[in-house]
Design a protein around this ligand. Structure first.
Ligand code: UD1
Length: 334
């Protein structure tokens, strides 16, 4: 029984947690990552956390756009399925450097799909994002909600020999409860929780709250935060679903189904950490939506998956990771 799964971007935040859950579930895992925005230390820690399963993990530093390298990998090993998590994801940067994003994310995926097809590996779990829902007119967002960004692949794919699951992540937060793997953004964090974490450990003076005049209970933006371990388990559920003969191309929301405001998040983090988070109230951030949260019924019904953890758990685990690794995978301040 080989059940070998290729995980692209497996050294990153979502990838590393997913790889760990796969190993613990008895899968053999091959990770490719170009370590642009991630660290090989994450791979080593995943290996340690997986205990006796750690030896089922192999790592290759490969850029997916390097077709000969990807080709070589598929020649050396037969994969049951691919979980494609690799990608650049900073929205602001993508607006400044669109070509970098198209080149990296689209060319990388095209190469991957070409090589997969050539080797008869046609099962794919692809990480998409709730970003595609834009500013939703109606919440919760269902998988049928109108999208304001498109996934060219999911749209155009009509070859029924492929089995593809697109996972629309809401806002992944938290860290593995061990505190040994977690999110380690390079530079100034764009996202709320990594920013709060850096304020709590003293790396930044205050959190800027973007927008206090939204039509929400306290005026701040509402999002659906989901524990990264729950999200990782969602990938395993998706892999299992790929064995179902009825699956062609399916989309699932991975969220908790609950909305939490910025101020509620700050309060929960202050409680978990015992630290005061100084706030600077500011204007809305361009491009931000007011309220986004998921309808989770489809994933519950068809993937048999549901988020287990809530706000207390992800603040606790985020803080545990932060205290053990105040500078992420770097041993000290850069
Ligand atoms: C962002 C990305 C989305 C990505 C997701 C990953 C945008 C437009 N979207 O979503 O593509 O999938 O992260 O989790 O960037 N906030 C502050 N101060 C901060 C940072 C954030 O008040 O310093 C607020 C935001 O206004 C928002 C909430 O916190 O209301 C969450 O923001 P963030 O973590 O950046 O996530 P999203 O904007 O939902």
């Amino acid at each position: 029984m080989s059940r070998s799964i290729l995980v692209t971007g497996g050294a990153g935040y979502i990838g590393s947690h997913t790889v760990l859950q796969l190993l613990l579930g008895g899968y053999k895992v091959v990770v490719v990552d170009k370590l642009d925005n991630s660290s090989e230390i994450a791979i080593k820690r995943v290996q340690e956390l997986a205990g006796e399963h750690g030896s089922n993990l192999t790592f290759h530093e490969i850029d997916l756009r390097d077709k000969p390298a990807v080709e070589k990998l598929f020649v050396s090993e037969k994969f049951e399925a691919v979980i494609h998590v690799a990608g650049l994801k900073a929205v602001g940067e993508s607006v400044q450097k669109p070509l970098l994003y198209y080149d990296n994310n689209l060319i990388g995926m095209i190469v991957l799909l070409e090589v997969m097809a050539a080797h008869g590996c046609k099962k794919l779990v692809f990480s998409s994002s709730a970003t595609v829902y834009g500013w939703p007119k109606v919440v919760p967002c269902t998988e049928e909600s109108p999208i304001s960004a498109t996934n060219p692949y999911g749209r155009t794919k009509s070859d029924s020999t492929w089995k593809i699951i697109l996972l629309r992540y809401f806002n992944p937060v938290g860290a593995h409860p061990s505190g040994h793997i977690g999110e380690d953004p390079r530079g100034i964090p764009n996202n709320l929780i990594p920013f709060i974490q850096q304020v709590a450990v003293g790396r930044r003076p205050a959190l800027t709250v973007y927008g206090t005049d939204y039509k929400t209970t306290d005026g701040t933006g509402v999002r659906d935060y989901i524990h990264v371990v729950d999200l990782a388990d969602g990938h395993i559920a998706a892999l299992k679903k790929l064995a179902d003969p009825s699956v062609g191309c399916e989309v699932y929301n991975l969220g908790s189904g609950k909305g939490t405001s910025v101020l509620e998040m700050v309060a929960a983090f202050e409680k978990a950490s015992g630290k005061k988070i100084p706030l600077v109230m500011a204007d809305r951030r361009p491009g931000d939506a007011e309220i986004v949260y998921a309808e989770t019924e489809k994933a519950e019904r068809e993937l048999n998956w549901k988020a287990k953890y809530g706000i207390q758990e992800f603040c606790r685990d985020q803080w545990n990771w932060a205290t053990k690794n105040p500078y992420g995978y770097e041993p000290q301040a850069p």
